[in-house]
Design a protein around this ligand. Structure first.
Ligand code: GLA
Length: 508
């Protein structure tokens, strides 16, 4: 039955809306777990398409609920947004469903994951307030920018950083959403008598505050690097000279966080480098204590797979905005595949304000355009930080087109912050990856050919949790609508290591 407050006593409302909510406080549907369902009888005045508004929340992502008719025809599947604490519901416009007139039963089923709190569901035009799609939290969507390490290693300077900022503006990356220009290791040169970090005067003669001003003047943000050890990684593994210059933040966390804020830093990459995990937590607290918002990106591991579930019981999202999940990437297909596979298991940990980081991009540096495209498409789909690692001052037209593909970036930046995952393996080395997007019955899909031969890959709506029947397919590489397809779509001639990327939207 419809148990809305306005509808006690089983009399149906005469307007075109239905509220399913608690009669007296509490949650209409609370703490439901996967597979549980509730049925409601609603009276639909006219056939039509109705807005569905939901107030709900779940502590983890990957939670979803569906609305179906009593004959089990799926009307829609909705991903439930992540909240930080129970009781913090979010109200969002979840999409639309099409209903036939008359009295009928609908069933609300928890389809994905345990433990979600549903406060109410409203079917019909909604006149109340919808929460903004994302709270104004730092790193609500994955950060986008550039980092010096993959191409330049220790050879960085203020000239390189300035030229990179200039390039980010002139090559269209800024307009596409990239904003962080990040210096990695080797900007520092020891500490002064008061323990204050010093920049390297030979390579950064104007100083970091002046550099921050320059980057801010371009409408961009500046990132810096430090480590949870006595030295940075270059210091730890380098020569005696490196040890003098490349000092870490261990024991200086609060002082260094204050220094970074004072210099105008917007992003800190904090690397374990065989140091102390307690320092990562300390630095996080020190960063948050600054009035300046500084995005906190950590590398809490030293090797491979060291962040596999249960993630050593770390509350990653409570510590940082972005956390590395594996050992350093390099410009090889095997390295990209290793990180992809490690990250694919961790999708439930990602959400607005806290994302898995399978490391910086090697786009423009892999063996060919098919590999570059797949790498970018999959990182975007996994809601990974999009931090370019190539020399963006000098890149080919192809590399630029990949990095600035606005439709793929929009998938990465979708407000729900869901990390896409493998939903089907239709053949050996053939994978279907899916990311639920905001809106009704909308999925970004990567049809990924990991094999060494050209292949066709079929995605079935049932793999995506979409209702059977017609859906539209849009190609995100060619920027074209491919048309309406029923129950499945097949991409043909996908080259070795290549992929197709589409958005599939169920019609209603
Ligand atoms: C570690 C990190 C890299 C880079 C280097 C710098 O290896 O994983 O991303 O920051 O340190 O020394």
């Amino acid at each position: 039955m419809d148990s809305s407050a306005e509808n006690q006593g089983n009399s149906y409302r005469t307007d075109t809306a239905v509220d399913i909510k608690a009669i007296s406080g509490g949650n209409a549907i609370g703490w439901m777990t996967s597979g549980e369902w509730l049925e409601y009888t609603i009276n639909v005045e006219r056939a039509g398409t109705y807005d569905v508004t939901i107030r709900a929340g779940a502590i983890s992502l990957g939670r979803s609920l569906s609305i179906s008719q009593c004959n089990s025809t799926l009307l829609a599947n909705f991903e439930v947004p992540k909240i930080n604490e129970w009781g913090q519901f979010k109200t969002w416009s979840a999409g639309k469903i099409t209903l036939q007139p008359g009295r009928q039963k609908i069933r609300i089923t928890v389809t994905g994951g345990d433990d979600m709190d549903i406060d109410w569901i409203h079917i019909g035009p909604y006149t109340g307030t919808i929460d903004p799609p994302n709270p104004a939290i730092l790193g609500a969507t994955p950060p986008m920018g550039w980092n010096s390490w993959n191409t330049f290693g220790c050879s960085i300077s203020e000239t390189l950083i300035k030229q990179t900022a200039d390039a980010m503006v002139s090559n269209g990356m800024k307009d596409a959403g990239y904003q962080y220009v990040n210096m990695d290791d080797c900007w520092m040169n020891g500490r002064d008598a008061n323990g204050k970090l010093q920049w390297d005067n030979t390579t950064f003669p104007s100083g970091i505050p002046a550099l921050a001003q320059y980057v801010h003047g371009k409408g961009l943000k500046l990132g810096i690097y430090q480590s949870a050890n006595q030295w940075t990684c270059v210091g730890v593994y380098g020569s005696a000279a490196d040890k003098t210059k490349r000092v870490g933040s261990l024991g200086h966390e609060a002082q260094d966080a204050t220094t970074f804020a004072e210099w105008g830093i917007d992003y800190l990459k904090y690397d374990l480098c065989a140091g102390q995990r307690a320092s990562i937590i300390k630095m996080g607290q020190a960063i948050r204590a600054q009035t300046r918002p500084i995005l906190y990106s950590i590398n809490p591991g030293n090797g491979q797979n060291d962040l596999d579930p249960p993630k050593q019981n770390w509350d990653m999202a409570g510590v940082a905005n972005v956390w590395r999940i594996g050992f350093d990437i390099n410009a090889s297909w095997s390295s990209v595949m290793r990180l992809l596979d490690e990250n694919s298991k961790l999708y439930s940990y990602a959400g607005p304000g806290g994302f898995n980081d399978p490391d910086m991009l090697e786009v423009g540096k892999l063996a060919n355009i098919n590999e570059d495209r797949s790498h970018f498409a999959l990182w975007a789909l996994m809601a990974a930080p999009l931090i370019a690692g190539n020399d963006i001052r000098n890149m080919s037209a192809n590399t630029k087109a990949i990095l600035t593909n606005s439709e793929i970036i929009a998938v990465n930046q979708d407000v729900l912050g869901i990390q896409g995952r493998v939903v089907a393996t239709p053949g050996q080395d053939l994978q279907v990856w899916s990311k639920t997007l905001s809106g009704n019955n909308k999925r970004a899909v990567v049809l990924f050919n990991r094999s060494n031969n050209t292949a066709s890959i079929t995605v079935k709506w049932s793999d995506l949790g979409l209702p059977a029947g017609a859906a539209t397919v849009r190609d995100l590489w060619s920027h074209t609508d491919l048309g309406r397809f029923s129950d499945s779509y097949t991409a043909t001639n996908i080259p070795a290591h290549g992929s197709g990327m589409v958005i599939i939207s169920s019609a209603n």
